[in-house]
Design a protein around this ligand. Structure first.
Ligand SMILES: C[S@@+](CC[C@H](N)C(=O)[O-])C[C@H]1O[C@@H](n2cnc3c(N)ncnc32)[C@H](O)[C@@H]1O
Length: 294
């Protein structure tokens, strides 16, 4: 019986897997779909760190790139999707929005004897966890009670390290829902999405399967989307009533932008996502830290 991770990998990326057949936007909504204000903020961040290119990893159908081009046509965008080789060297601003939560990881559960064991594809428990997986668990997500579950972040850490290893000059930001050691969810976070609704994470390729990301184990500086976007100038303030009288069209457009900003900044929704960033070179680090702090 394969582990849950092996079956998850096949369900999403196997020959007939979910991501081989389906359009992501038909099944869930990310910050990119929520508002062009998100792309505007990414474009401003790129300029603030001195980048002339955004590299979008896990680009889906390229909606972020299209929205960036609309606000800053001079900014180059390089999209990386499934089966694309990551360029050997990366220069610029790397963005991975909701990529790592789709990188399958081992799911483990503490058995009645207090031993962490792999969860298998049929949800029964397999071998006892050992080696690097056990070391990761001890360091990042220790389990307390029988029945507690964890999602071992090594595959995500490695995927992200593969990006950072290539970063010559610039800043890389992973944006995802996640948690840090001080507040891990006791029963894990495995979820499915199908046609815009949450569903059981069934392993037959019929739905997206995702688990929150252990943000701190990626390495880098962790902040929230709310803090980051506010620092980049996204604000949910509503236009004054006076504008409704003097310029009704502008009033409606500003009101709608304020509503979109509120969704991006909502601390219990997209605003609660983590932004984990790393820069290479003193200049990039200094500029990113200035741009991303309020
Ligand atoms: C949840 S979607 C996010 C799409 C887009 N970034 C957005 O925010 O709307 C995750 C995307 O990551 C892509 N993906 C998964 N593994 C990948 C890999 N190893 N390299 C590049 N893209 C990958 C999937 O094909 C999918 O399009």
């Amino acid at each position: 019986m394969p582990t849950f991770r092996e079956a998850w990998d096949r369900a999403l990326y196997g020959p007939d897997g979910f991501y081989r057949r389906e359009r992501p936007a038909a099944h869930f909504r990310t910050s990119v779909h929520a508002s062009p204000l998100f792309a505007g903020a990414i474009a401003r961040l790129a300029r603030a760190v001195g980048a002339d290119q955004v590299i979008d990893i896990g680009a889906g159908e390229g909606e972020l790139g299209q929205a960036i081009k609309a606000v800053d046509p001079e900014l180059a965008v390089c999209e990386i999707e499934l089966d694309d080789e990551l360029p050997a060297r990366l220069n610029g601003l790397v963005i991975a929005n909701e990529w790592l939560d789709n990188v399958p990881c081992e799911v483990v559960e503490l058995d009645p004897d207090g031993r962490p064991r792999y969860v298998l594809a049929d949800l029964s428990l397999g071998d006892v966890v050992e080696g690097n997986d056990l070391a990761w668990l001890d360091k990042w997500w220790p389990l307390a009670e029988p029945g507690d579950r964890a999602e071992i972040g090594i595959t995500r850490d490695e995927a992200w390290a593969g990006v950072l290893d290539r970063l010559d000059r610039g800043v890389a930001v992973a944006i995802d829902y996640g948690h840090v050691r001080a507040g891990r969810p006791p029963y894990g976070t495995l979820t499915g999405f199908r046609s815009g609704r949450e569903c059981d994470p069934v392993l037959d390729g019929s739905c997206d399967i995702t688990a929150h990301v252990a943000l701190d184990s990626l390495g880098g500086t962790v902040t929230t989307q709310r803090e980051a976007l506010r620092a980049l100038g996204v604000t949910a303030s509503r236009p004054g009533q006076e504008l409704a009288r003097t310029d009704p069209l502008r009033y409606v457009s500003e009101l709608s932008a304020a509503g979109e900003a509120a969704e991006l900044l909502d601390p219990s929704g997209l605003g609660g996502f983590g932004w984990v960033w790393t820069g290479t070179g003193e200049d990039a680090v200094r500029r990113a830290s200035r741009a991303l702090s309020a």
